[in-house]
Design a binder for this molecule. Structure first.
Ligand code: AMP
Ligand code: GLY
Length: 427
């Protein structure tokens, strides 16, 4: 099967790894890639923002399937263009991608289809005074303030006080997140533990992969600003069989059926970001693609023919027999970032120790790396996703951190507590 993979981060490196491990022999091409992905895929010289060039490329190269990693091309409508030209694509249409590209749309959708989530109110930029009055009237804090549009996981502020809430609203409306902040959503703060569920769906049927838990804040013990994600482990014990059953019945099935009823069937990976309190799951957010870094942890747990699974979903005929086991072990992915992330950070530092780090079953997924004069260097905020495996969560954590200890680059930063909440849950 000839597959074109779009994207260049740690998630895409993990997707490339799982696709290449499929029972179906896979010839992999990638549009952007990174040094890790390019060990598994050939670089495709095509501009994905140029529709006719993309379609011509897929036809000439006889691409069987396009797998879209990041949200932005989906929000731009890449899946629509490919489908209109009879090219198989794993990823939702532009309209279905609104589940992620507009928080206001997602909240209205959830309310319409009875999907449990936090109470919310939406405000447009012209209505800043009404928005401030609303905050003045609130009795309990924290509240959560979210830019409506895509903001790389950073457009969410948990305001502990009235003053902080008002300042955040002023910041957002004054353009801190560009157009993404022209509309904002203020919502009730939910307590509990977070978990992520990734459902592969053909628009009607679905299969959920192993559960996982991301670590969104930059510092240990969930302190500091939100990031794209600083690490993940899988499975997440907070997602018991009972919770998973509720997630299927109350969240995944109504979402897939709802999108169908709206005339915008969802084909791709539906990511449900959950808050679980006392065994009750509610949706924090939907994403319309695999999570990053959850995918690194989840796909190292996957056993089956991943290429066939994604192809069958793109073809509208989900083939669950392509999955042997969604969760064969325990995994833990520690993100090694450049100090300063999620704000500004240095680039160009030399990276050493990756080969030494890939022991005891650990894999090092590249996120922000590039070759500079033949030397591997850091080129992004999140640089590497070092992923350990084990028969227990503790073993997976130990293996991941042992591998991390082998890797060096200047100004490297990582959380020391990835997986800790999972251990507490187990004890
Ligand atoms: P989102 O981009 O909507 O997933 O939000 C980013 C992060 O902010 C989430 O992963 C949560 O940690 C936190 N968050 C978002 N909404 C809420 C909420 N209503 N209650 C508590 N925490 C939230
Ligand atoms: N890790 C969160 C996300 O992928 O949006």
């Amino acid at each position: 099967m000839k597959i074109l993979l779009i994207g260049s981060g740690g998630r895409e490196h993990a997707l490339a790894y799982a696709l290449k491990k499929s029972d179906t022999p896979v010839e992999l091409l990638c549009t952007q890639g990174n040094p890790g992905i390019l060990q598994l895929a050939k670089k495709a010289d095509v501009d994905i923002d140029n529709s006719s060039e993309l379609v011509t490329f897929c036809r000439e190269e006889k691409i069987d399937l396009v797998v879209v990693g990041p949200e932005q091309p989906l929000a731009n409508g890449i899946a629509d263009i490919l489908r209109e030209n009879s090219i198989h694509v794993f990823g939702p249409s532009k309209k279905a991608a609104m589940l992620e590209s507009s928080k206001a749309f997602a909240k209205e959708f959830m309310n319409k289809y009875g999907i449990p989530t936090a109470e919310h109110k939406k405000f447009d930029k012209g209505k800043i005074n009404i928005c401030k009055e609303y905050i003045e009237g609130l009795q309990s804090f924290p509240v959560v303030i979210k830019a409506d549009g895509l903001a790389a996981g950073k457009g969410v502020i948990i305001a502990e006080t009235k003053e902080e809430a008002i300042n955040s609203v002023e910041d957002m409306f004054s353009g801190k997140f560009g157009k993404a902040g022209d509309t904002l959503v203020i919502e009730e703060f939910m307590k509990g533990q977070e978990a992520s569920i990734l459902a592969v769906t053909d628009g009607k049927d679905f299969i959920t992969l192993a559960s996982s838990q991301d670590h969104k804040r930059i510092f240990d013990d969930d302190k500091g600003p939100n990031t794209g994600g600083m690490g993940a482990y899988s499975p997440a014990p907070v997602v018991t069989n009972e919770v998973l059953d509720k997630v299927h019945r109350e969240i995944v099935i109504p979402a897939i059926e709802g999108m169908h009823q709206e005339g915008t069937p969802f084909i791709g990976c539906l990511y449900a970001g959950l808050m679980i309190d006392n065994g009750t799951p509610k949706v924090v957010e939907f994403n319309v693609r695999f999570g990053d870094p959850e995918t690194q942890a989840v796909l190292m747990n996957f056993d089956g023919d991943f290429a066939r699974l994604l192809y069958s979903a793109s073809d509208g005929k989900l083939d669950k027999s392509a999955v042997r086991n969604v969760c064969v072990s325990h995994t833990c992915c520690v993100i090694m970032a450049s100090k300063g992330y999620p704000d500004s950070y240095p680039k160009g530092q030399l990276i050493t120790g990756i080969e030494e780090a890939e022991i005891n079953g650990s894999l090092v997924f590249h996120a922000g790396t590039k070759y500079d004069n033949g030397k591997l260097t850091a080129s992004g905020g999140r640089v590497l996703g070092v992923t350990g495996k084990g028969n227990t969560l503790q073993e997976a954590i130990d293996n991941a951190y042992y591998s991390v200890s082998k890797i060096n680059f200047e100004n490297c930063f990582y959380r020391k507590d990835i997986g800790k909440k999972g251990l507490q849950q187990n004890s």
